[in-house]
Design a protein around this ligand. Structure first.
Ligand code: BEZ
Ligand code: FE
Length: 293
């Protein structure tokens, strides 16, 4: 406790007092994170000369983000995504693995569902009524040296050729275009799907209002999501993007980094082929948080 009153006109003194109040935090990581958050928040408020009404507007925005979150959509994840924060954190946490030849990660996004169906390698993830060009996806999971990882668990999900995930679209069957696979002895898996289309991120909540106020477009380039987990390896969440999509270089959530762009190869029969290599770094397996039931 200080032995004199705060001088409200001195932001440095105020900041020092708030940091002192944080100093007794028992968890050292929480202490570090909160101290940095307070320093940056104070610096931000000073830089923009934040007015009280603007602070209230920002707090109301965060409340609206919570209220727009439910079993079908996680608006908080969407906020981190449109601010580039999810991509920053993902890429930074994987920087050593990527420097050593690991597959670049990409954000999980708000549409991964728990309990996606376990399917046989080579089977289809698209129900018969899903229109669109056939896409054969083959993949191989290896360590950073290129050695096969057998028995790796591969989760995949994608939007339809209409640009909608099944849980956004009453026309699609439950769990359509989603699946879980296990790699064979050579680290391989495959499945049949349809070529996905790009889509707009959900705009019916406060993030949509923010994008509109910023004059931004809302589109993601077409992609397939993957999460790969294997014992003794760090879990990898990534996406592979259609390099020919008009938004391949202009993803609203900044996830489409160059190493993840792929040309979907024509198979000569009106369909397409995509091969993905997933290279994992050794370490503890920690799966990302699954946002949807
Ligand atoms: C997705 O890829 O599923 C996604 C990511 C960010 C916002 C919306 C959707
Ligand atoms: Fe997606």
């Amino acid at each position: 406790m200080s032995d004199r009153a705060l001088s409200p006109s001195d932001p440095q003194e105020l900041l020092a007092a708030v940091l002192r109040a944080n100093a007794g935090t028992g968890n050292p990581r929480l202490k570090e994170v909160m101290a940095a958050a307070v320093r940056h928040l104070h610096a931000f408020a000073l830089e923009v000369d934040l007015a009280p009404q603007e602070l209230q507007l920002g707090l109301d925005f965060l409340v609206a983000v919570g209220q727009a979150t439910g079993p079908r959509k996680h608006e908080g994840i969407l906020l981190a995504d449109i601010l580039g924060l999810a991509t920053l954190v993902q890429l930074r946490s994987a920087r050593d693995a990527v420097a050593a030849g690991g597959t670049e990660p990409a954000l999980v996004g708000p549409f991964w569902r728990a309990n996606q169906p376990l399917r046989e390698s080579g089977s289809t993830i698209s129900s018969g009524s899903t229109p669109g060009p056939r896409l054969l996806v083959t993949g191989r999971v290896t360590d950073l040296e290129g050695h096969a990882i057998a028995g790796a668990r591969v989760e995949t999900w994608q939007a339809s050729p209409a640009g909608l995930y099944e849980n956004q679209d009453p026309e699609q069957e439950n769990m359509n275009l989603r699946g879980r696979f296990e790699t064979d002895a050579d680290g391989r898996f495959s499945f049949v799907s349809v070529r996905p289309a790009g889509y707009p991120v959900p705009t019916d909540g406060p993030c949509g209002e923010l994008l509109a106020a910023q004059g931004r477009h809302t589109m993601r380039p077409a992609h397939l999501h993957f999460i790969v987990a294997a014992d003794g390896f760090k879990a990898l969440a990534t996406q592979f993007f259609d390099a020919e999509d008009p938004h391949a270089f202009d993803d609203v959530v900044f996830g489409a980094v160059g190493s993840l762009l792929r040309k979907f190869e024509p198979d000569g029969e009106g369909g397409f082929r995509l091969h993905v290599d997933l290279r994992l770094e050794r370490g503890p397996t920690v799966l990302p948080h699954c946002p949807l039931p």
